[in-house]
Ligand binder design. Structure first.
Ligand SMILES: Nc1nc2c(ncn2[C@@H]2O[C@H](COP(=O)(O)OP(=O)(O)OP(=O)(O)O)[C@@H](O)[C@H]2O)c(=O)[nH]1
Ligand SMILES: [Mg+2]
Length: 702
């Protein structure tokens, strides 16, 4: 039998009759051996043709097997049901931070590649703290006293609540009882102008006559105020860059088909493809096509048509990937939407706050840069027992902001030259650099602005530190019950580190950065390791304020699991959007509404009893849980035990789940502090297993 070596090595000596196998020689043995036999096998032309035919057939067979394997793989991948996870909970409950944990542990490469984008948010959080302090120092006394909600007391009041006050309250979760002497009025002062002992009311107004306040700020404080003034412009600049990123349309999961035809007359289809449910791509598409000289018209909610001078026609058609909602699901959704607007069992005592101001439409970047600060001069978050300054950054509800943020990060690092930014970006693939924001070309001036912002922050570092360490400032904050260090987005203790020239956002900084979510944002995470490597999990991260909750309902279809975030530490806080409502009460009512939803009857329920670390520090500092949740009775003196409080709340959520679920369902509850990545990792592994098993079970694959 002939031993076949790769045919490329069979040199053809003569085209006509004989082909002599060159080294290695062909032998009539079964296998080649060394040294080669001296007997040469001579192939006739006929032999060669037969052999070549055989080789061709083998090659074709091998290729068809390869194709079949690839097709089978693709089919299996397609058949694998997508895991969809919905993150729900009120604002500031930790939904986005939980998502960051999933990204950190399951898609670490993507997480670290995004790190640079968080620099701008961290800087914004820091600058907002400083600017808020400066505004506090300058604040108009009348404005401050109006902004204070009289019934809110400091987090660390002298214990003053009498037992009788508590007995008046009958609801299980009720706001703290009001001190009788306040009730909208300030407490009387003693002859020397100080507040009478034994009770609490609104803190004294800023400025003027109060003997608690120094008549004028010291020379050093005046100097600091002046030297830190440029930070206002920096805030305005960065703010506008982030807020004017256009929003992707918020739609439930579905797919799109894109059809581009060359001539509208012939209707010849040049290109037709499934865009899938890639919201970012769909959002970018009109802009991309428009920049190619097209004009666009949206004929209906679902079809976007574009025409260009070159008679190019595009149709982007929305196709529901899930069956159109049934009557029950529509009813169920609308009932959720209704209840989402008013999730408490009792109607709220005053109308809900209107939705937040619509964000401005995109304008030219250069205009943006010259515009002034849009934020109100001093933002108090109403309704907290402690006065809460808003440090959060708001961006449009999609991930496009990251492109802007990464561009900022790189240009802040390497200086304002557009070409240098492009080079660094290309080399490091930190950003997908296209030199534009919101479809508009960034100019050299824009890049200079980015780098100037970074320089101002660096130059102000020393004075920011001095301001935060200043005794007068600390005193002012303390007197007005402001605990900046307990607020999300607090970076004043890290000024030196985060303003250093070689600073790169650390994992913990990214988790602590506060960026409020607007709308519903889809995140696709492709597992980078483990048995599910390559599998895609889809997360929906929602904005948690009350006016945004009606937008959640369309995402209840086809969801695998819900992770509900209940912030345990919120028991003594009020909703920012409605200061009449206690945050724990709101979470509890929201939980019951979600549990009772029929659309979610078969969905896996995961509860994160979150912010346990803050609960512990609050209770250790002397805040009593029983003052706010009157049914909770504790013999622990003088401090409440965090374990007992957490256990009580767990039982409360468990019972509500059991009572309100449309059919029996298992609840997986965890006590979490999602800024602790190590502990959270254990929880995530557990969830991963449980979601996969439950999901396969549900899909009848096991
Ligand atoms: N100390 C502590 N901080 C937390 C914890 N969870 C979240 N945070 C912080 O709380 C802030 C708010 O968290 P987010 O994840 O942005 O809250 P959210 O639920 O997404 O809020 P919205 O997007 O407004 O609905 C962030 O600054 C987090 O760093 C926690 O367990 N402990
Ligand atoms: Mg969020």
């Amino acid at each position: 039998m002939l031993t076949h070596f790769p045919h490329s090595r069979v040199g053809s000596i003569s085209k006509k009759s004989l082909v002599v196998g060159t080294s290695p020689y062909r032998t009539n043995h079964d296998a080649p051996h060394w040294p080669p036999s001296s007997t040469l096998h001579i192939e006739t032309q006929e032999d060669v043709e037969v052999r070549q035919q055989k080789e061709k057939a083998a090659r074709l067979l091998s290729e068809s097997i390869d194709r079949a394997i690839a097709a089978e793989r693709a089919k299996r991948k397609k058949a694998q049901p997508v895991v969809r996870i919905l993150l729900l909970g009120q604002a500031e409950s930790g939904k986005s931070t939980t998502l960051k944990n999933f990204q950190l542990h399951f898609t670490p490469r993507a997480f670290h590649a995004d790190a640079e984008a968080w620099r701008i948010v961290i800087y914004m959080n820091l600058i907002r703290s400083v600017n808020s302090i400066l505004e506090l120092l300058d604040a108009d006394p009348d404005k401050i006293s109006k902004n204070r909600t009289p019934s809110y007391t400091s987090l660390f009041p002298p214990v003053r609540q009498e037992r009788t006050d508590r007995q008046e309250v009958t609801t299980p979760l009720s706001p703290p009882p009001r001190p009788s002497q306040t009730n909208g009025q300030r407490r009387p002062r003693t002859a020397d102008g100080s507040f009478a002992r034994g009770g609490l009311a609104s803190p004294p107004p800023f400025g003027h006559s109060s003997p608690h306040l120094p008549p004028a700020h010291s020379h050093e404080l005046r100097r600091l105020k002046l030297s830190l003034l440029p930070l206002k412009n920096v805030e305005a600049t960065l703010n506008q860059f982030l807020e004017t990123v256009p929003a992707a349309p918020i739609r439930p999961p579905e797919s799109y088909s894109l059809e581009i035809s060359i001539s509208p007359k012939k209707q010849s289809s040049l290109f037709q493809t499934d865009v899938g449910a890639d919201e970012a791509l769909v959002a970018d598409l009109p802009q991309l096509l428009k920049s190619a000289g097209s004009s666009q018209s949206i004929s209906s909610d679902s079809t976007l048509s574009l025409k260009s001078s070159k008679s190019l026609k595009c149709r982007l058609t929305r196709r529901h990937s899930v069956a159109p909602p049934s009557r029950t699901s529509t009813e169920e959704r609308s009932s959720f939407e209704k209840s989402a607007r008013s999730p408490t069992t009792e109607p709220p005592s005053k109308p809900l706050a209107p939705p937040p101001d619509p964000l401005p439409s995109p304008t030219r970047i250069t205009d943006i840069l010259s515009s002034s600060l849009r934020r109100p001069p001093l933002v108090f978050k109403q309704g907290h027992d402690q006065v809460h300054l808003e440090l959060a950054v708001r961006v449009r509800g999609n991930s496009t902001w990251k492109r802007v943020a990464r561009t900022f990060g790189v240009s802040a690092l390497v200086g304002g030259k557009r070409d240098v930014v492009r080079q660094v970006a290309d080399q490091s693939s930190i950003i997908s650099f296209d030199g534009s924001v919101a479809g508009q070309e960034l100019t050299d001036r824009d890049f200079r602005e980015f780098s100037a912002a970074r320089q101002v922050i660096e130059a102000c570092a020393d004075d920011m530190k001095k301001l935060w360490a200043n005794g007068e400032v600390r005193d002012l904050l303390r007197r007005h019950g402001i605990h900046l260090e307990e607020q999300p987005g607090f970076f004043l203790d890290d000024i030196e580190r985060i303003t250093a020239p070689n600073y790169v956002p650390a994992t913990n900084d990214i988790l602590r950065a506060r960026l409020s979510t607007i709308g519903v944002v889809e995140h696709r995470l492709k597992m980078e390791s483990g048995a599910e490597s390559g599998q895609e999990w889809v997360f929906y991260d929602v904005g948690g304020t009350r006016p945004q909750r009606a937008a959640w309902a369309p995402f209840f279809d086809n969801v695998t699991a819900i992770i509900f975030l209940a912030p345990l530490s919120a028991f003594n806080e009020k909703l920012a959007e409605d200061p009449t409502i206690n945050r724990l009460e709101d979470t509890y009512q929201l939980w019951k509404t979600i549990c009772s939803n029929k659309l979610l009857a078969s969905v896996q329920f995961i509860l994160f009893m979150n912010k346990y670390d803050i609960l512990v520090s609050k209770l250790r500092s002397g805040v009593r849980f029983e003052r706010y949740v009157t049914r909770f009775k504790s013999d622990d003196k003088p401090l409440d035990s965090p374990e007992k409080v957490a256990k009580y709340m767990l039982a409360m959520f468990h019972t509500a789940h059991k009572k309100t679920s449309p059919k029996p369902r298992k609840l997986h509850a965890y006590l979490t502090s999602v800024i602790d990545t190590k502990e959270t990792l254990k929880v995530l592994y557990h969830i991963r297993e449980q979601v996969i098993v439950g999901h396969l079970h549900e899909s009848k694959l096991v």
